[in-house]
Design a protein around this ligand. Structure first.
Ligand code: ZN
Length: 406
């Protein structure tokens, strides 16, 4: 229980929480002795000892043997402690209109179990919640108390959210999810997991990249989430994720890039996302005399569009990549990052997507920014979305409290 009854107690509590975050963060690269933690964090050695004992008791840390002593060295060997990788775990769920994925993740970001379901009825919230509970149940550890050591469940949702209320404000892929009781409350009831949090899918990906990927230690970055027919972004500015008045991605897909262009699902016209949607691409293929390719359904057609080497498709894809590159270039000019991370399933297409898009971004961003910019694909792989959901919980474990200046 936090004792915030006096200013001295507030100071002590904040200092302890701050130091606890520093110790956990110092152990993310691997086990270390108390002395090494003291050197890395500059926290007093006696305080490190107290914090480590406290976290060993809470099962967050584990003893990992001792440093081998050099020849002729005397005294007690230095005992090593590390993050307890068999102990506390976080659950993550990522969802899009087609698939729902769940995973169980340890403190090092390793996927211990994963499960995937086809979304049965995206417009029926009760069915969606039921499927979330099914997917979560499939990744829980066996035994009498599967939720023992569960730190919580993070839901990575494509949409605009009220994270404080645990509510969806608008999710075009799940049209009725904004109705009725808040999503977090429903999932809590269906899974019996007390700590449930939600975050926008692009922000969740960025959170995973900060904890376990290429954005670790980076202060200014843009993550571009590329899925067939969908594009979003998340911004890290001066070491903090950029949040507006609502939890959403930086809505890159709704950058207006052509006045009077095609009608978008958001109600606007000429949004970037309309130019990578199947109805637009299908029409273009028909206009180019490629009715054979246009006969696919939306999912199959979009997959073909992003990977096919056929010339008609490749030239259409070049047009889409030019538009995406222009939008990302504008975002780079606006936020001046040192890193643009390409994430999502399309980032796995190196030749068809990543390499040409890098070229486009370099062309569109202002030269001084482009020269200092690294653009690369995420290395977190196909589990990045689930890891993103889990990292919404894990980031709270590793959080170093930010104290606003007054
Ligand atoms: Zn739009």
């Amino acid at each position: 229980m936090l004792d915030l009854s006096t200013p001295q107690n507030v100071n002590q509590t904040l200092k302890r929480a701050f130091n606890r975050g520093l110790v956990l963060d110092a152990l993310r690269p691997g086990p270390a002795s108390r002395l090494a933690i003291h050197r890395r964090t500059r926290i007093r050695l006696t305080t490190v000892g107290e914090l480590v004992d406290e976290m060993l008791g809470a099962n967050l840390l584990t003893e990992c043997g001792s440093l081998p002593r050099g020849e002729g060295e005397r005294g007690r060997p230095e005992l090593l402690v590390g993050l307890n990788l068999d102990g506390p775990y976080a659950l993550g769920v990522s969802m899009d209109r087609e698939r729902l994925r769940a995973g169980r993740v340890n403190l090092a970001g390793e996927m211990l179990a994963s499960h995937e379901l086809a979304v049965a009825a995206p417009d029926q919230p009760s069915r969606v919640v039921q499927q979330i509970a099914e997917a979560v149940a499939a990744v829980l550890p066996g035994g009498a108390e599967p939720l023992y050591r569960c730190l919580g469940l993070g839901l990575s949702v494509p949409g605009i959210l009220d994270t404080d209320a645990g509510r969806v404000i608008q999710a075009t892929a799940f049209r009725s999810l904004d109705e009725g009781a808040p999503l977090v409350q429903r999932v809590r009831e269906a899974t019996r997991i007390e700590h449930v949090v939600i975050g926008n899918v692009a922000n969740a990906h960025l959170s995973a990249e900060r904890l376990y990927g290429a954005a670790a230690g980076v202060k200014d970055a843009v993550l571009v989430l590329l899925e067939p027919g969908q594009i979003g972004a998340a911004i890290l500015a001066d070491g903090r994720p950029l949040r507006g008045a609502m939890e959403a991605s930086a809505e890159l897909g709704h950058f207006k890039i052509e006045p009077g262009g095609p009608l978008c699902a958001c109600g606007g016209r000429g949004c970037l996302e309309t130019f990578i949607g199947w109805s637009y691409l299908r029409r273009e293929l028909i206009d180019r005399g490629r009715c054979d390719l246009a006969e696919a359904n939306a999912e199959g057609g979009l997959n073909e569009f992003w990977s096919s080497p056929k010339a008609a498709v490749a030239s259409l894809r070049d047009g889409a990549l030019q538009r995406i590159g222009r939008a990302v270039g504008n975002l780079v000019n606006l936020t001046r990052p040192t890193l643009v991370l390409l994430s999502g399933s399309l980032a796995a297409h190196s030749d068809a997507v990543v390499i040409p898009l890098k070229r486009q971004i370099a062309r569109e961003a202002m030269r001084p920014f482009a020269e200092r910019l690294e653009v690369k694909a995420s290395a977190l792989g196909p589990h990045a979305g689930v890891l993103g959901g889990a990292s919404l919980v894990l980031q709270q474990v590793f959080a170093i409290p930010q104290v606003a200046a007054v």
